[in-house]
Structures are given as C-alpha cells and as structure tokens.
Write a protein of this length. Structure first.
Length: 390
C-alpha cells in the first residue's frame, strides 16, 4: 500500500541552508568533492547568482525558521567577506533565524588571514570549520595540501581567538601511518582544547588521483583493515578521555558543540542546496524531493542567468527511500533511530529477523523506541542498514 509521508516529519530535524563555493587553489588527490581550480573568478557574478537563487528558494520556503547556514566547498575561505556578508544579509531578509542559529564557513590554513577572519565574523559567521587534515609535513605533501603543520596549528589558534566555535578536520589511516603516530597527532590537536573534531579515515574514491594510483597498484603503504579498525577504536577512546563524545560515527564534540547543520542532515530535516553541485531535501505539501544542481561552475552560472534556476530536475522521494535514508542517517548518531518514525515513514516494520540477530550479536542496543549501534555495530553500519530494511 502506498504510504503518504506526514508533511511535518522534516521538522524533527529542522531546516537549514547549504551554499557551495566550488573553487580551490589546487585539487587534492584524495578529494571527490565538486571543487575546481580557476585562474580568475568574478566574485560579483557569483554574488548576483547566489542572491538570485536565494530569492527563488525563499519563494517556496520563506515562512520557515532557519536553524543553520553552512558555506561549504571547495574552499569558501577564498570568498570575499563582502560576498559572504551580502549572502547572509539576503538570507536574513527571507527567513527567520533561530535564536542560536549556527553559521559555519569552511576554511583552509593556506587562505587564512586575520583580517579575512575578522571580516567573516563581522559578516555574521559564528563558527569556522578548519581543514587541517594532517599535522605531519610529509603527509600533508602526500595529501596535496599547501600548508605545513605549523601553519595548520597557527590557523587553528587564530580561528579560536576570532570565533566562539571552531571545528577541525583530520584524516587518519594514511599511507605508512602507525598507530603511535596517529595517537601523537591526535593528542597534539586535543591539547589545544578544540570543542569539535571531524576525524575521517582516508577513503580511496573513484575519479580521484589517489583512485587512479590505487587501481594501478601505485598507492602503497595504506593500512590493513585491522590497523584501520585499531585507529578508529583508539580515536574514540582518546577523544572521550579529552571530553569529546562520539555523537556521530566520525564526529566528536564537547556537549553543546555538536554541528547543528550536520544534525539537520542526520535527523533528516529539510535543507536548501545553493551553488554548483549542491544537494537538498525539501518537503513541499505531502511530497519530499531530492534536489540537485549543475555541477560545472560555468554551467551553473549560465543556468541561473538564462533559466532563472541552477537546479536540475527534482526527484520525488518515495516512502521506502525516505525510510531507508532515515535509517542510514540516524544510525550514524549516538542518539540512534526512533523505530516509530521509521515505521511512519515506510509504512512497515524493520526486518524482525535481522533486528533480533543484530541485538543478539551485540551490534545494536534497543531502549524502548530507540535503536542504537554499539561500537562493534558502527564498524558494520552499511551492512546493518541493508539487513534491517530488507
């Protein structure tokens, strides 16, 4: 039987806006994000296009209360602070803000300047997400990063002196990295007292320079599965000991400093996606849509100018797809999945046999209506989602 999704369901996650800046100084060999290198960027053209897209999005969602704005990329810290300010001013005209709205901008240490940081803060940014990626100069070079470890730490100190909230990213399970080396690196970062860390295992993606090297057998020194698992388990133990809980599979925070923007995603709220390659989820009436945009920067600009929209055709998300997405996202969180919400979305129950086996096997824990992964279960998350929704 076709199940109609309750139109208010997105409110369990809230409403956010993501704006994509697609440009970087250089393309990192591990990166599969929609990022491009250009010798010249007319920021005024980009401002005009962003503002037009915000006007279009507000026509559909203007009455909502905005929980979060996120400038992602690419390298948004290459944006002029005046451009960021113009975007935030237009957003504030269209949507009401929650009292504690989170406004995040991603930055790389190579694009860090004190005046630029002060400009972003004056424009309304209140949280910085800093892409350190490594604190080892040899590994930074192998990752294609253009900063040194000393520059990374200096950028972190500058960010923390400028913004109330700062998050830092690191990649582990890198080539030839030992468990002891990762422990030293992570502890060195934690000694600086961050309130939020995003710590990701290096993943080799198709379409990247690392992917090409790996297929040719030329990407040597990657850890085996046992070492990668040991690094993941040690990461959680060290962060917990420093007061940062694993509120999501790869994200650790002091209580109250969790990423509100990402929580909108993981709790399956609605979000507008603006800019080349940006994705969104919108519930309009009783229909939930997946939105996407033209990936090529110049194609996106032309589409906005010539057709009045940078979007590609929307996809209607049927109840089964919504339920699977909710299960996949919510099981990443320490707060887990509400079984009743999954049932309301899908119109059916989780696979009883798979659920019983996962509970008996110590991969899941159930507390009334809540289902959570254990530490062992988080390592098998993709398999659990497939089995539970089968």
């Amino acid at each position: 039987m076709f199940h109609v999704k309750q139109p208010e369901d997105w409110q369990a996650g809230g409403f956010a806006l993501y704006l994509h800046w697609p440009f970087c100084k250089a393309k990192c060999p591990y990166c599969d994000f929609n990022s491009h290198v250009r010798t010249r960027i007319d920021q005024q053209d980009w401002q005009s296009a962003y503002l037009a897209e915000l006007d279009r999005a507000a026509a559909e969602t203007g009455g909502r209360i905005l929980r979060s704005v996120f400038f992602g990329g690419g390298t948004p810290s290459l944006m002029d602070p005046s451009l960021v300010g113009a975007v935030l001013d237009r957003i504030s005209r269209h949507w009401r803000f929650e009292n504690d709205i989170e406004i995040t901008l991603e930055a790389n240490p190579t694009s860090v300047e004190a005046d630029r940081f002060r400009g972003y803060r004056a424009a309304g940014v209140n949280r910085l997400s800093l892409g350190l990626q490594a604190l080892n100069d040899d590994d930074l070079r192998r990752l294609g990063r253009q900063h040194s470890a000393a520059e990374a730490l200096a950028a972190l100190d500058l960010a923390r002196s400028t913004f109330d909230r700062v998050s830092a990213d690191l990649i582990y399970a890198r080539q030839d990295q030992t468990l002891a080396a990762w422990e030293y690196e992570l502890c060195s970062l934690l000694d600086r007292g961050p309130d939020h860390l995003s710590l990701y295992q290096l993943t080799i993606e198709d379409g990247t320079a690392f992917g090409t090297l790996a297929r040719a057998g030329k990407l040597r020194g990657l850890p085996d599965e046992d070492l990668a698992v040991a690094m993941y388990e040690m990461t959680g133990e060290i962060c917990e000991g420093a007061g940062l809980s694993a509120y999501e599979v790869s994200n650790y925070a002091v209580e109250g400093s969790e990423s509100r923007h990402n929580l909108v995603y993981w709790r399956m709220g609605d979000y507008v996606g603006i800019g080349p390659g940006a994705h969104g989820r919108l519930t309009l009436g009783q229909t939930r849509y997946a939105t996407s945009t033209h990936r090529n920067p110049e194609a996106w600009l032309r589409a906005v100018r010539d057709t009045g929209s940078g979007e590609t055709p929307r996809e209607v998300l049927l109840p089964a797809a919504q339920a699977d997405e909710y299960l996949m996202m919510s099981l990443r969180l320490s707060e887990g999945t509400r079984i009743s919400r999954y049932r309301a979305l899908s119109g059916s129950d989780l696979n009883a046999g798979a659920l019983e086996a996962a509970l008996d096997g110590g991969l899941l824990q159930q507390d009334g209506d809540h289902l959570r992964t254990t530490e062992a279960g988080r390592l098998l998350l993709n398999r659990l989602v497939l089995e539970l929704s089968a």
